[in-house]
Design a protein around this ligand. Sequence first.
Ligand SMILES: Cc1cc2nc3c(=O)[nH]c(=O)nc-3n(C[C@H](O)[C@H](O)[C@H](O)COP(=O)(O)OP(=O)(O)OC[C@H]3O[C@@H](n4cnc5c(N)ncnc54)[C@H](O)[C@@H]3O)c2cc1C
Length: 561
Amino acid sequence: MTSASRQPSPDPGPDASHAFDFLVIGSGLAGMHYALRVAEVGDVAIITKREASDSATDWAQGGIAAVSDPEDSFDAHVEDTMNAGAGLCREDTVRFVVERGPDAIAALRKNGVEFDPPRTPDSPGAGEFDLAREGGHTQRRILHKADATGREIERALLARVRAHPRIALFEDHCAIDLITATKSGRTGTNRALGAYVLEASTGEVHAYTAPITMLATGGAGKIYLYTSNPDVASGDGMAMAYRAGATLANMEFMQFHPTCLFHPQAKSFLITEAVRGEGGILCRRDGEPFMQDYHAMRDLAPRDVVARAIDTELKRTGDDYVVLDITADTTGRDPSFVRGRFPMIFERCLKYGIDITREPIPVVPAAHYCCGGVRTNERGESDLPNLFAAGEVTSTGLHGANRLASNSLLEAIVYADTAAGESIRRSPEVAPVDDVPAWTHGEATPIHEAVVITQNWDEIRRFMWNYVGIVRSDRRLARAQHRIDMLREEINEFYWNFRVTPELIELRNLATVAELVVQSAAFRKESRGLHYNLDHLDRDDERFGRDTLIQRGDTPWISPT
Ligand SMILES: Cc1cc2nc3c(=O)[nH]c(=O)nc-3n(C[C@H](O)[C@H](O)[C@H](O)COP(=O)(O)OP(=O)(O)OC[C@H]3O[C@@H](n4cnc5c(N)ncnc54)[C@H](O)[C@@H]3O)c2cc1C
């Protein structure tokens, strides 16, 4: 069959029942906070591809950065963020986000999120919260709920969402593509009209329409072999926005978390940076600390520095892992403190036979956070009109070339809130969406060889890890591009010939996002923040001191502003 048979049919579908005032794709912090706000004025659909709690938000451990200690200041938080961002943060964005930190915390608490109070009356903090410190922060400013802050946020917000009479939550519904005015045959300015969504249980594809769409689909860690991310993080929102014509920025800046548990049975388990904040020390397998050789802040150096240091140590020694030591012998930390402060990590490691109060934890770096994504403006809107975006799917200008720890939950809620305010203001004047073409399966048949999907998926993740990982080179990037070129055709053919499944949708998106990362990385001929290229070791502010932009049908270019 030809690709034409997968085109939406010109007849309006039977899906008028899927028309809402606001369509939200994703049920992490960004999607749910936005939904709860806009539901004040309209009917909201939240589409989420697995169970609603299946999100990076649910997995966040360390906490959320916000100034709350009188000893701390907005200026200090701004400065730490800018320092980590290696010259690419937008100062106005950074200040905008940082200054909204206290309000963001208040909004979370209003929705039932609890943060840990000080451990003892003389604990560092504002008196109200136990404040943790993480890499790159010069102050203790991370509010947390033990080491499962994200779970607490997801729990509280999801309870509100489920109880809300104006929010309909569609679980096991996977957005395939955005519906746009141009693609649905309208003339005039292009704009977002909703999304085609696969209902996994029936295999049916419905057109969900709304005058305003919010993309809150999170990150894309799954493009790498080793990642701290949940399985849902396949970059769907980035790929959908790209196909719809929106501009993406800074896709080359993928943050690798320095410390994921190294164990054959432990899939994607992160050891939070807060362990180092509480005195944990990175050592070689022989017990020798090494971070003093790499940075003045030693174990609390910015993440890119720590991840690269571990990568260098592993390549130098040939070991599979380094260790993170928070035992009493090394750090003087009382075991009961460690158990109380990191209960989830303690339990999970114990499950794998590691008592972290007595023995060091084997760790490796893993893909963790996409600093790049759909480019949004100060109102949280992409350059495709009526398509808002918030959270990890975006590039707002906050993180620059390297995210400061625990700034992402803050960014997610601040921009979800800003976008909600703008959406509410705008909604009376946005034209309603009338008929859109229904999806047709054409002559596509059910997939008979799912192995093609797993094979391609594995291949992408492996060459991304080997060629587009922590340390890159021109040759490695060229090899990665070559692999993508070969796979693209095969994946496309598969996509057009077989009925869509969640796995096929994810594979297609994964390949698109991997290619965007490769192209952006190959374009940036310098080393900066998270992008480290052996053939261009210096930072080149003159040529590359601004964002990398990329849009469908074009090669990457440097932002003029
Ligand atoms: C292990 C771990 C620990 C972390 N710790 C911290 C921390 O301590 N502090 C911090 O600030 N940040 C932390 N982060 C990062 C932070 O958790 C995320 O950046 C943030 O939660 C992203 O929120 P979000 O709402 O943008 O996306 P997510 O929470 O990832 O939600 C995305 C949602 O979109 C849905 N979705 C995706 N594609 C589709 C589709 N095609 N159709 C329908 N639904 C779709 C997903 O199912 C999910 O519901 C951590 C991340 C990880 C993985």
